[in-house]
Design a binder for this molecule. Structure first.
Ligand code: FBP
Length: 718
């Protein structure tokens, strides 16, 4: 080809360079597929056995005892390796099994390796064993849609992200009908065991299925999955059993990689504030890890906001011997003030740019919003229970929904016992922008969860921030600091004396690196007035260009770029940590099944330590369950673990907040976590949160969840 002849596309596409460049399997992909993660020492033995541990205890809920009698007395089980076993144990361990596995809920990097680990262990024990993958989540169990997994099929997905192999779904097996269908499927497929890879709600489901199919002899095992990192299990004494669900590390590292790039960009072109919403439906674990990974200028942590008390208001109320309920709990208004404070302080040292991280679930911790979420959850649940159609089908448009709420408010005026939605609620709700009203009224998922990922949390908060910054700008309190050296150079170049103009222009002239234009100078007109009053400008004379230039440089414009980090990180290929963690979870699942366990969740202890110290275990699910309000009813569920404000990780972030805000002259203190690598020598470590929290003496900070936990416990309660 000389470059002048017309291209023959057909030939071109067959060209080896084009073929190689457009071929899907990259070197990284091939390396991932062929990599077999290391197995914990116990799994290198021919057999494994389970040993009940007496070192852990649980406070069992009475309701859990009643509803889950067959599995409530399960113990924590240590998985131990054995080189040999007696004849009957060996026969039972190695019998040909049929095991079904399903993904439930949002994807989390590493899921494929759970399947790979289970498959490898089952085939090692008996090549005739079969693993079935249920398709598109729990619906696959209900509708008996399953495929037998083969070597070749699984090999295409080893160490790869997503749940693409068998897909996932959010259906909950929560009615007697669905339970019966699930049971029928397990019978039809002649399954020995069912494995549910999911979050808190899905592991709750696993416990109920284990109870239901106990007499059928179908074992049910759960696996702790969710990027949100909110399945963290401790016993009643705070001893850690599962420090982190899988997928968290990868998602956090993926988010951190992108956010760190924004820190670099933002501090290069110095004109944007980047607002980064990161996933985490309720808990702020991902935001906390991102803060540790990137040192972004501001990171909101929902659990921290929930603990907030407005000390000034409280002191004032105490002085007046009155009570100010608004002093307790963060309000959106106050939160916007806190953010503005950081923005204004950075601007004062010339930094009118930066990066803010907002957890998507932050609104759940803002008192006034939480009240709306809880009330609307109850209203929607009550409507669905008492009508043939569901709330969203009957009221498809926002205006219809608002009209229904108005009806409820009027009813509360006539019937004093009706308190769920009154005229005050309706009035306050009316003040909310319609996009946010729509968000708050959005359809809940099958578990009754509020869909935070679909609410423009960032827009709600940043709208208020923008409004308040405008006020501060008008008051002359939001100004960009002018570097002293720059000011001098500019004036001297124009033949003006900096010492004459300095005290007139700036509130802090002298000593400081950065000069702040006086609050009273908020326009060219007020600038002229100041110069005239000081005798530096004749009436109607032109303001010297250098002075006007300095003034204009001090006028901020607040420009934002909004980003959402969630689905992208969720689909990332797993870090080595997640690859190894999940592969060993899969091996642990097989050990639990082969040793007859049911109603247990596979887990690995000591994740924060060197791999040689990882300890595979089975955690009993039923004793972890407690009652929570869901869809308007008290329901047994696994408790979500939110950020412990007493934890080392949070305390470290809190104490470095000021440093990372960097509202001082000089460089920002951003950290570069680097990309997620698989090939090469770089070792993907573990989440920083894990390492820091492990520093606390076991059982000391552990178990304490901070006052915010009580708020989450009562989710759904008006
Ligand atoms: P899981 O708890 O099911 O793992 O899902 C977590 C999550 O990724 C949240 O971070 C997010 O709020 C939610 O899923 C998004 O849900 P959806 O995939 O239905 O949009």
């Amino acid at each position: 080809m000389t470059g002048t002849e017309p291209l023959n596309l057909e030939e071109l596409l067959k060209h080896p360079v084009v073929e190689k460049a457009t071929d899907n399997p990259s070197a990284e992909l091939l390396a991932r597929r062929s990599y077999i993660p290391p197995a914990c020492d116990v799994f290198t033995k021919r057999f494994t056995a389970l040993k009940d541990s007496r070192a852990f205890r649980f406070e069992v809920d009475n309701e859990a005892r009643q509803q889950l009698p067959h599995i409530i007395d399960n113990k924590v089980q240590m998985i131990e390796g054995r080189d040999a076993a007696d004849e009957s144990s060996a026969a039972s361990y190695c019998k040909a099994r049929r095991i079904g596995i399903v993904f439930s809920g949002g994807p989390a990097p590493g899921g494929h390796n759970v399947i790979a680990g289970l498959y490898d262990a089952a085939k090692k024990a008996n090549p005739d064993s079969e693993i079935y993958g249920f398709l598109v989540g729990p619906d696959g169990i209900i509708e008996n849609e399953a495929i037998a997994l083969t070597d070749e099929f699984i090999s295409a997905y080893r160490n790869l992200g997503g749940f693409t192999m068998i897909k996932t779904g959010r259906t909950k097996i929560d009615s007697p009908e669905k339970m019966a269908l699930a049971r029928e499927t397990c019978k039809k497929l002649n399954l020995d065991a069912l494995v549910i890879v999911g979050g808190d709600d899905s592991n709750t489901n696993a416990a109920f299925l284990a109870q239901e199919m106990y007499r059928d002899g179908v074992q049910v095992i759960g696996v702790p999955k969710t990027i949100d990192g909110d399945i963290q299990v401790r016993d009643a004494d705070g001893k850690v059993l599962c420090a982190m669900s899988f997928g968290f590390h990868t998602a956090a590292r993926a988010f951190a990689g992108s956010i760190s790039n924004l820190c670099t960009d933002s501090s290069s072109d110095v004109k944007y504030w980047h607002i980064c919403k990161v996933m985490g439906r309720v808990a702020s674990h991902l935001a906390l890890e991102v803060a540790l990974q990137t040192h972004a200028n501001m990171t909101l942590i929902g659990e921290d906001l929930a603990d907030y008390v407005d000390q000034k208001r409280l002191a004032k109320a105490q002085e007046e011997n009155s009570i100010d309920y608004h002093a307790y709990g963060m309000t959106l208004r106050h939160l916007s003030r806190v953010i503005c404070d950081g923005i204004v302080r950075r601007a004062a040292v010339g930094k009118n740019y930066g990066v803010i991280v907002i957890p998507e679930g932050v609104l759940e911790f803002i008192n006034e919003i939480q009240v709306f979420i809880i009330k609307l959850n109850a209203i929607i649940a009550e409507y669905n229970q008492t009508h043939d159609n569901d709330f969203h089908t009957d009221f498809p448009l926002l205006e219809d929904k608002l009209e229904y709420l108005r009806r409820l408010a009027r009813r509360s005026g006539e019937d004093k016992s009706f308190t769920i939605w009154n005229m005050r609620d309706d009035g306050l709700f009316d003040d909310i922008p319609s996009f946010f009203q729509e968000g708050l009224l959005m359809e809940r998922d099958s578990h009754g969860n509020f869909p935070f990922s679909q609410v423009e949390t960032d827009k709600v908060i940043m709208g208020l921030v923008q409004d308040y910054l405008n006020i501060l700008k008008e008051k002359g309190e939001y100004k960009i600091g002018i570097a002293q050296a720059y000011y001098r150079k500019t004036l001297e170049k124009a033949g003006l004396d900096p010492e004459r103009y300095g005290p007139v222009l700036f509130a802090n002239y002298g000593g400081r690196d950065y000069l702040l234009v006086k609050p009273a100078i908020i326009s060219v007109k007020t600038l002229r007035q100041a110069l005239e009053t000081a005798g530096l400008l004749e009436e109607n004379a032109k303001i010297p260009a250098a002075i006007e230039k300095i003034y204009k440089k001090s006028v901020p414009s607040f420009k934002t770029q909004i980003h959402f980090y969630g689905y992208d990180g969720r689909g990332n290929d797993p870090t080595r940590f997640d690859c190894t963690y999940t592969y060993n979870l899969g091996l642990a699942v097989f050990s639990l099944v082969a040793n007859g366990a049911t109603g247990q969740m596979a887990a690995i202890r000591n994740l924060e330590k060197d791999f040689s110290e990882w300890q595979p275990i089975g955690i009993p699910i039923a004793p972890l369950m407690h009652l929570e309000e869901r869809k308007g009813r008290l329901t047994l569920v696994l408790e979500k673990s939110i950020v412990d404000v007493n934890s080392v990780a949070f305390q470290v972030v809190k104490s470095l907040r000021e440093k990372w805000l960097a509202a001082t002259p000089g460089e920002d203190s951003y950290r570069r976590p680097g990309p997620i690598r698989f090939t090469g020598k770089s070792v993907e470590e573990r989440p920083i949160t894990l390492e820091l929290n492990a520093l606390a003496a076991r059982g000391q900070s552990g178990g304490r969840r901070g006052p915010a936990a009580s708020k989450i416990r009562s989710r759904g309660q008006p």
